[in-house]
Design a protein around this ligand. Structure first.
Ligand code: ADP
Ligand code: MG
Length: 461
């Protein structure tokens, strides 16, 4: 199996295991070989391997088989994260060693796994983070913390939707701190890993070690903390760790997919402690930021590859426009374009983009509802929503109503009878008539055509 195919398979796994599991457990797997039914993966820690084996092996094997690859079992080989060690000397990998002499960093015992931070991605630095309006506050706060000046924000709580750069910023902070202050014990891990380490420590009766380790770090970063919602004993332990560190003026950085107050099943005392520091959110990306990210990624790609793949004018703008908020999807689209262009020997232009990204474009095009259309049209013509739906037949209401019907037919999958029902229970023949009328008007009346274009743009933005 080629790496390309494995990448595709990973994408399928992303859908079946979900984003959180994917980022923690599947993403780090590197396929090294498949031999007589056994797939061998390289993993950064033994813990990760055994966890994946226990929890995801069935799904991984199923996906292999569905892709026509006969795999019956998985094996995991622990490798030192070479990329990691090459680029940074003092990587925030192991912690607590001076106090735990018995824990030899080279033996992959399970006890040692408790000590290990999650590996940092060498691509996630401040240099590669593109700043725009939606993320400028979060970026500034992250920078501030990374510069490690007098403590002012503790904890720093970053939140925002999937793929908006939370993990990227956290890794960037860790790298920066480690560069500036190599002696600092920086521990980065996902809340899920925190939990499994905690559970493992309980099982192996190493809870004192666990406590000691977590409480001897200088900087603790816990990613995707929403994961521990509803998990009582983990929350309890997290809370204590958190308090001890804060009391010692140690920096804590937390991320979540929503604001502290909105995480259900998270104890109130934790919520309120999380809110004591600085809470900043990453807003959904806007067009300019998406375009900036695409341009940066293209430049990086070209700098790192031998082939000089040109991208036709308009392609990046098109992607920035059509792929909504998630940067991960945006990156995936770009990677696919480069790969596809290379494989089929075609230039990266609009044609190739449409062919190769049809599914992504379809999935990310937002669903517009009849309701929204009615509201936008009413707004645009400065009339009340009830006038669009209601019975009044004067031209000032009838024309916007017909335009709303026309747009509903064009932009939603609703049938004429369904549209009629949403317009105050009108008959489908009324809808049909309205739609036809606007189709005619569009060709004869420039103003109507312009109006429709404007409204459509607002709706599709
Ligand atoms: P989150 O943790 O919020 O779900 P990530 O930090 O994993 O998101 O980001 C998803 C992907 O998008 C990563 O590859 C990351 O490098 C990239 N990314 C997100 N925001 C930016 C940005 N502002 N500049 C550059 N890359 C970004
Ligand atoms: Mg993340």
């Amino acid at each position: 199996m080629t790496q390309d195919k494995w990448c595709q398979l990973k994408q399928q796994l992303l859908t079946s295991v979900g984003h959180n599991h994917y980022a923690s457990w599947i993403e780090p797997l590197v396929l090294s070989s498949i031999d007589s039914g056994e797939a061998v993966f390289k993993v950064p820690t033994a813990f990760l391997g055994s966890y994946v084996n226990q929890n995801f092996s069935d799904q991984i094997i199923r996906h292999f088989n569905e892709a026509g690859e006969r795999v019956r079992s998985l094996r995991f080989e622990t490798v030192e994260n070479r990329r990691f060690q090459k680029t940074k000397k003092n990587a925030p990998q192991k912690i607590g060693e001076p106090n735990n002499k018995t824990h030899d960093a080279n033996t992959p015992t399970s006890q040692n796994d408790i000590l290990k931070a999650a590996p940092l991605d060498s691509r996630f630095t401040f240099e590669t983070f593109v700043v725009g309006k939606p993320n400028e506050l979060a970026h500034a706060a992250a920078r501030h913390v990374a510069e490690g000046g007098p403590l002012s924000f503790n904890p720093l709580f970053l939140y925002g939707g999937v793929g908006l750069g939370k993990t990227h910023l956290m890794h960037a902070i860790a790298w920066e701190l480690q560069d500036q202050k190599p002696k600092l014990n920086v521990l980065y891990l996902s809340a899920e890993q925190f939990m499994y380490r905690f559970v493992q420590a309980l099982r192996e009766r190493k809870i004192m070690d666990f406590k000691h380790i977590f409480r001897s770090v200088d900087v603790l970063m816990v990613d995707d903390v929403q994961f521990i919602a509803g998990k009582e004993s983990t929350q309890e332990e997290f809370f204590h760790t958190f308090n001890v560190l804060i009391d010692q003026n140690k920096q804590i950085i937390i991320s979540a997919d929503r604001a502290p107050g909105e995480i259900k099943e998270l104890e109130n005392r934790i919520k309120s402690r999380l809110q004591c520091g600085l809470v900043v959110d990453l807003h959904p990306t806007d067009y300019e930021l998406r375009l900036g990210i695409l341009q940066t990624k293209v430049a990086q790609h070209l700098a790192n590859s031998f082939s000089k793949q040109e991208i036709a004018d308009g392609v990046l703008e098109f992607l920035a426009h059509r792929i909504s908020t998630n940067v991960r999807v945006l990156e995936g689209a770009l990677t696919r374009l480069f790969a596809f262009s290379l494989l089929v020997g075609r230039p990266i232009d609009m044609d190739l983009t449409q062919d190769c990204l049809a599914d992504v474009l379809r999935a990310s095009s937002r669903k517009i509802t009849v309701d929204e259309i009615q509201r936008q049209v009413a707004d645009y013509y400065n009339i009340k929503l009830s006038d669009i739906i209601g019975p009044k037949r004067t031209r000032a209401f009838a024309r916007p109503r017909q335009i709303a019907m026309y747009l509903s037919k064009q932009l939603t999958a609703r049938s004429m009878p369904e549209i009629g029902r949403r317009f105050g229970g009108r008959d489908h023949t009324t809808v049909m008539h309205g739609v036809r009328r606007i189709e005619e008007l569009k060709t004869t009346n420039g103003q109507v055509a312009d109006d429709i274009e404007m409204i459509r743009r607002v709706l599709e933005a």
